[in-house]
Design a protein around this ligand. Structure first.
Ligand code: F0G
Length: 457
């Protein structure tokens, strides 16, 4: 994790300034906790958890400067309403946003899904199609609820879990061209590209691929939008893996990535290390105005404190490469510790390590909830929590691909934690034959949207 370019070993560019005490639990405590939550680790109480790898979203550690920005008097100002320019927090975030991402117009929101909801409402017309690369369920849902149909044009390599292809998030340019020929450009609302594609293993999209997608978008007169919530990690992997970018700074790669797009939606709760916030970036003043009005109507405007915290984070984490280096290298370290023995998705990604469940638990049938079964076993033996997470993309479900994500929250865990995760996973794999499938408990008292309860088979 060192940055030798600085002439020193400078692995982690921050120190711990405040900590939260963790409760140590016994095997018996954890057995009771599992019984109480119906073997569904999503329902575990937070104070029964040692290391939480269920998400990297909204759970990273804040810096002292972020806490000051979010709680200081600067953050006390009235809600923006329609007078966005009058907000000091908005003005400061807009300046930062233009500086780092280059989009002239910013609409801040409460979360990524709020940004997608607004953006899809403006851009997706009923009866049209939206080509994408295994888009996140919230993006897909907002496109579909506006009458659009998402068509997956991710390259087939994304389905090969073992290959070392460095850019499995890339779109298949042939498939994209064929989609335009089949549907005609009028039937395509926009192209949506997710960076660091979460569904298939956090795999990055290369700049070379993005530029080819942009060229097709321009030829067909269709806008190209990014889901850029993991743009920092995508940029780091571009610098590591794409010819021509090894000597470029993360900040330059982030900027060049945005240059290829007409707009973007992003959750700020992942790469930008805040507990609340999302952003829409636009180059078009008309859609910017529409999105501003829509965010006001939807009640999707963030408070000043959230905007101040994002502004502060941008200086700390985009301006210098050291942060993202330590972030991604910590995830890579976990991947390297496991790869010899545990069936993982290859190559490593920026925010999570993904376990191939069919290879890990071949003795458990898919209908017996392999993800929940492994999560419950892991929690029982170690206190570490992982959860099933978002459902697989339709193309993965059709192929029977099932992954369990170990999402590493940024800046939160030290090497000792990561070593404990590795030991627990290695133990679980060595004892995999002891892991039994689960069956869902039919309970008429639980509503259909409540997380399920299970019992061991
Ligand atoms: N896009 C991607 C790629 C995401 O991973 C998420 C959220 C969103 C959009 C929506 O953003 O949560 O701010 O509304 N991912 C979380 C996760 C939930 O655990 O990966 P949001």
């Amino acid at each position: 994790m060192s940055d030798r370019a600085l002439g020193v070993t400078f692995s982690v560019p921050y120190e711990i300034a405040a900590v939260r005490q963790l409760r140590q639990t016994s095997l018996q405590d954890r057995e009771h906790a599992l019984q109480a939550c119906g073997y569904n680790c999503e329902l575990l109480p937070q104070d029964a958890i040692y290391i939480d790898l269920s998400t990297d979203s909204g759970v990273s550690a804040l810096s002292t400067a972020q806490i000051a920005a979010g709680s200081g008097t600067e953050a006390v100002e009235p809600a923006m309403g329609m007078a966005t320019e009058a907000s000091r927090a908005f003005a400061s975030l807009s300046t930062q946003y233009r500086k780092f991402f280059g989009f002239p117009y910013l609409v801040p929101t409460t979360q990524g899904r709020a940004a997608e909801r607004i953006w899809a409402k403006i851009h997706v017309k009923p009866g049209t199609v939206v080509p994408g690369n295994m888009l996140f369920p919230s993006t897909r849902m907002h496109i579909e609820s506006n009458g659009g149909k998402v068509i997956d044009v991710i390259a087939d390599g994304a389905h090969n879990l073992q290959s070392e292809d460095p850019f499995k998030g890339n779109l298949d340019i042939e498939k994209l061209g064929a989609l335009f020929r089949e549907h005609g450009r009028q039937k395509v609302s926009c192209i949506y590209v997710e960076l660091s594609v979460n569904a298939c293993g956090g795999h990055p999209v290369s700049l070379g691929n993005l530029k080819k997608v942009k060229a097709l978008a321009v030829t067909n007169g269709v806008p190209l939008f990014l889901d850029a919530c993991r743009i920092l990690e995508n940029s780091y992997l571009i610098r590591q893996r794409e010819a021509g970018y090894h000597d470029r700074s993360i900040r330059e790669i982030v900027f060049e990535t945005c240059e290829s797009a007409d707009g973007c939606t992003m959750s700020a709760m992942k790469d930008f290390l805040v507990p609340m916030g999302g952003m829409i970036g636009s180059r078009d003043p008309v859609t910017f105005q529409k999105a501003t009005v829509q965010s006001f109507l939807d009640g999707a405007q963030p408070p000043a404190s959230a905007m101040q915290m994002i502004s502060t984070a941008l200086d700390e984490i985009v301006a210098e490469d050291a942060y993202v280096t330590s972030r991604v290298e910590q995830v890579n370290y976990l991947w390297r510790r496991l790869r010899e023995r545990v069936p993982l998705v290859h190559p490593p990604a920026g925010h999570a390590v993904y376990v191939d469940l069919a290879a890990f638990l071949p003795h458990i049938a898919p209908e017996n909830h392999r993800a929940e079964a492994l999560a419950a076993f892991l929690y029982y033996v170690s206190g570490i929590r992982v959860t099933k997470g978002a459902p697989p993309a339709p193309a993965q479900a059709a192929r029977g691909v099932e992954l369990l994500r170990l999402a590493v929250p940024a800046r939160k865990y030290v090497q000792g934690h990561i070593d404990d995760v590795a030991e627990a996973l290695l133990y679980a794999y060595a004892h995999r034959h002891e892991i039994k499938g689960l069956k869902q408990v039919e309970d008429p008292q639980r509503g259909k949207y409540q997380p399920s309860h299970f019992e061991p088979l």
